[in-house]
Design a protein around this ligand. Sequence first.
Ligand code: SF4
Length: 342
Amino acid sequence: MEKILEVNDLSYSFCTYGGVVRAVRGVSFDINEGEIVGIVGESGCGKSVTAQCLIRLNPEPPGFFESGSISYKGSDITKMTDKEMRKIRGVEIGFIFQDPMTSLNPTMKIGKQIEEIFVQRNLYSKKEMKSKALEILKMVGISDGERRYNQYPHELSGGMKQRVMIAIALVGNPGIIIADEPTTSLDVTIEAQILDLLKDLQKKLKTSIILITHDLGVIAKMCDRVLVMYGGKIVERGTVDDIFYNTRHPYTSGLLCSIASLETEKDEELEPIEGTPPDLFSPPPGCPFAARCEYAMEVCYETMPSEYTVTDEHKTMCWLQHEHAPEVVLPCKKQQKSEVLL
Ligand code: SF4
């Protein structure tokens, strides 16, 4: 598979009155053509900031790149001008957000919002636009397209609005779509429909998807590979099977223990991860998870672990992988992917 995007040692921070928030710290990963990569972690772990760096959606200032590069088709996104970014954002790299109402224009009819993108991209003649817009609405499962074309966003249900957002993301036929918590605001039935739709379209169009979520159930259903983020860093990465069946990081194990599975009894309490994420104004010198980790050793508080290789695909940033570390069996490492409730 060919690499479509390469992120190398990326650090991104925000200047605030309270100091500099180091939101993303030395993150590296690749996206291959036609794959779905999930980025998972709790709120504030840096997953959304990382995704927004890829299309320069973080406000700059106060946000700024401290170091690193994002290589897309031979050009570095971190160095692009606004004009260059406008040619990529929404065209070559599409995006779908959690709340469609923040992205859809409430004063413009659905059809016109899709056509506006055709106009911006100079894609079709005026005559062709409407039939193309209806075609795309049909592709995302909106059957009564003619009626929806003439409606405003507030006239549509949450699931329908999210389908429209997907339609808009697809208009430029992008190589990559970034989907940031695309189903969090939807109920479970609609969530399943939207995820199925995304997966079907991804297969049909061979688009790569970067899926940002806090939900391992969504990861299990959708992704080929997973990046687990914590404290602005990628603490574990691997295939979905690596993460579910062979977890090597206590934080990933904690996430797995905190989700419901088919074996969870109705009244059984799930195990939350105790404690709070690190203060990114002054991140700890050692492992960012040390303050919450039941296996933390002295070295964990003092020195950042490097990334240990479990297999070619599976890597983890944890001192427990050191040859002299005590042997530990993580409690949720045998969680069955198929048992996770979606
Ligand atoms: Fe826990 Fe230490 Fe591993 Fe961090 S490096 S996750 S503190 S054992």
